[in-house]
Design a protein around this ligand. Structure first.
Ligand SMILES: [Zn+2]
Length: 112
């Protein structure tokens, strides 16, 4: 028995309402949401990029409230500490910003 890759597509209705069609497109092309740090709830920043998945980690620094443009270590944090390595999160889905832009323009055009 041969396996036809288009089998899935054949199960979809030939015509779909715009909103369902857009939902299917968006769910395939939106980028993954970057979660907060699972340890402290802080914001993750990019630790490494290229090749495989993009690696995010909880940055040990924050903006210095006293001096604009400067930063300080968060309380109890230091350069590449345990918190940093344990908070690593891998992003596999990067989405496609061109498709998302086209979807946005289509929605505007149709007033959806
Ligand atoms: Zn954290």
């Amino acid at each position: 028995m041969s396996h036809d890759k288009s089998e899935y597509w054949n199960t979809l209705p030939k015509t779909m309402p715009d909103d369902l069609l857009l939902e299917a497109i968006e769910s395939s092309y939106y980028p993954a949401e970057i979660p907060p740090c699972h340890i402290c709830g802080g914001k993750l920043s990019i630790a490494s990029i290229g090749g495989g998945p993009t690696i995010w980690a909880c940055t040990p620094t924050e903006d210095d409230v006293d001096e604009n443009g400067k930063w300080v270590f968060k309380p109890g944090r230091s350069v590449v500490d345990d918190h940093y390595s344990k908070s690593r999160w891998q992003q596999y889905r990067h989405g496609d910003s061109r498709v998302m832009e086209l979807v946005k323009r289509f929605k505007e055009l149709k007033g959806i």
